[in-house]
Design a binder for this molecule. Structure first.
Ligand code: NAD
Length: 456
């Protein structure tokens, strides 16, 4: 038996003791995780700097801080979330009552990517702990320093029979996917998402797929293009565009292009200086493979601004591509880098059609001052979630569901939804012994009218 099957068996055995269901146990786990993160905050921030060149402020704001916030919310609310919930019972079932038991789904697998390696591993992990599951975690090999830090937090602070992190490459993922899980939570690309879904299908294992794709921005005729430029600089160039919900490309009304482009240029200089690749607030591309891929995308389109690079440090300065045609390489795949293609449109219907001709995006951002334009775009397109007059910030709220649709994923999490993800709702009807009304039993003669009335 391999070590993966052994570990899963050990965890499943422990799960079946029922200890993880205890609410005090779950709360203690969440508190333990909170303390472990606080104790190791420096190590985590250093690891994020090593893997992705993230400054301490960015590392805290986009990873550690978000995780601690989710943890505080879960600690505060887990008892309420896990409570048995009474629901109404139809008159036909009198005398009885109905309720829903919130059951941990079992022994689960969490697989995460490298771009926000800490946050995208820990937030689902919090959901699984809150729900009372046992968990095996497999982070990406590309973000090794952060994986090491998380290994310390999970493997040294929690018993192996409950939580365990495996490091390693694709072969480890493949071996883990071959096992029979009670739930798989996967964050990554649509292409690997398909592999995960097909492996899960073999055992009818339920999954959450948090995937990616090209998330569009629409800047309409009736928008504040100066504000759009300012807010998109943050959304697009944070973590050098290596963000699943980063604005991928811009569809802009042609009356707004000139001012928008000049404001983006100004804004980049203000945020990162004349030489962004030497800014302490500007990170790096994860590895040479992705660096070369991005350079290839830039080569295929006209560079309006930026494009400077550092081959050694794997840095690419914010790069604006304009004018871009739909058949250029940059429009054929998710960019996942600091490259902003800008495409003009004349009529809003054209922009909507452009989006609907492509797979459902994970996020959509519209910049507009007109309610009618916003409602039209929201009403005619399907996407995971998004912002009006901003970008990426919707993912920070634990009250909003975060997840894609179709090609960008299935399922959602954050806040209570993370708990729900790893929870099975068991519906129970308790029928009292007395009075024992036998209306439902044959013979039915003379009962038709009353049954219809009670079912109404
Ligand atoms: P990826 O799909 O290449 O890798 C994700 C995980 O799958 C990693 O742990 C990796 O080791 C593993 N993996 C890779 N190839 C595999 C294979 N053939 N079989 C089994 N496992 C395999 O994704 P990535 O490059 O790490 O991340 C980038 C992608 O993830 C982008 O598409 C991005 O949009 C998406 N993403 C989505 C979210 C979200 O929350 N929706 C967040 C971050 C990233």
């Amino acid at each position: 038996m391999d070590i993966y099957q052994e570990k899963l068996d050990e965890q499943r055995k422990y799960f079946l003791t029922g200890e993880t269901r205890n609410i005090r146990h779950r709360k203690n786990n969440l508190k333990r995780l909170y303390e472990a993160i606080k104790e190791n905050e420096d190590m985590i921030l250093q690891a994020l700097a090593e893997d992705l060149g993230k400054s301490r402020t960015e590392g805290y704001a986009t990873e550690v801080g978000i995780v601690l916030n989710e943890l505080r919310n879960a600690i505060r609310n887990v008892s309420k979330w896990a409570r048995k919930k009474s629901v109404p019972t139809a008159l036909l079932h009198f005398p009885s009552r109905s309720y829903v038991i919130k059951e941990p789904i079992g022994s689960v697998l969490i697989m995460s990517p490298w771009n926000y390696p800490f946050q995208l591993t820990m937030v689902p992990f919090i959901g699984a702990l809150a729900a009372g599951c046992t968990v095996i975690v497999k982070p990406s090999r590309y973000s090794q320093a952060t994986s090491k830090a998380m290994k310390h937090i999970i493997n040294d602070y929690f018993p192996e029979k409950e939580c365990f992190l495996f490091e390693g490459g694709r072969e480890v993922n493949t071996a883990l996917l071959d096992l029979k899980w009670d739930y798989i939570f996967f964050t990554g690309s649509p292409s690997v998402g398909k592999i995960v879904l097909s492996k899960a299908a073999e055992n009818l294992t339920p999954v959450t797929l948090e995937l990616g794709g090209k998330s569009p921005v629409i800047i309409t005729e009736h928008s504040d293009e100066v504000l759009a430029a300012k807010r998109l600089i943050y959304g697009k160039f944070l973590n050098l565009g290596q963000t699943c919900v980063a604005p991928d490309y811009i569809l802009i009304h042609k009356s707004k292009t000139k001012r928008f482009l000049s404001e983006v240029e100004k804004g980049i200089k203000k945020a990162f200086g004349e030489d962004p690749i030497s800014s302490p607030d500007y990170g790096k591309i994860i590895n040479r493979h992705h660096y070369e891929r991005l350079m290839g995308l830039i080569k295929g389109s006209p560079v309006y601004y930026g494009g400077k690079r550092d081959d050694e440090k794997l840095k690419i300065a914010p790069t604006i591509l304009f004018p871009v045609c739909v058949d250029e390489p940059v429009m054929q795949e998710e960019i996942f880098g600091p490259v902003m293609p800008v495409i003009e449109y004349e009529d809003l219907d054209e922009a909507i059609k452009f989006i609907n001709d492509r797979p459902h995006p994970l996020a959509l951002y519209i910049f507009s001052d007109r309610k009618s334009e916003i409602e039209k775009v929201h009403g005619l397109t399907l996407f995971g979630g998004g912002c009006i007059n901003d970008a990426i910030m919707h993912i920070v709220s634990h009250n909003l569901p975060f997840g894609g649709v179709g090609n960008s994923g299935m399922g959602s999490y954050h806040g209570k939804r993370s708990f729900d993800t790893f929870t099975h709702e068991k519906g129970i009807l308790k029928h009292y012994k007395w009075p024992d009304i036998t209306l439902r039993n044959p013979p039915y003669k003379g009962k038709d009218k009353i049954i219809r009335l009670m079912l109404h």
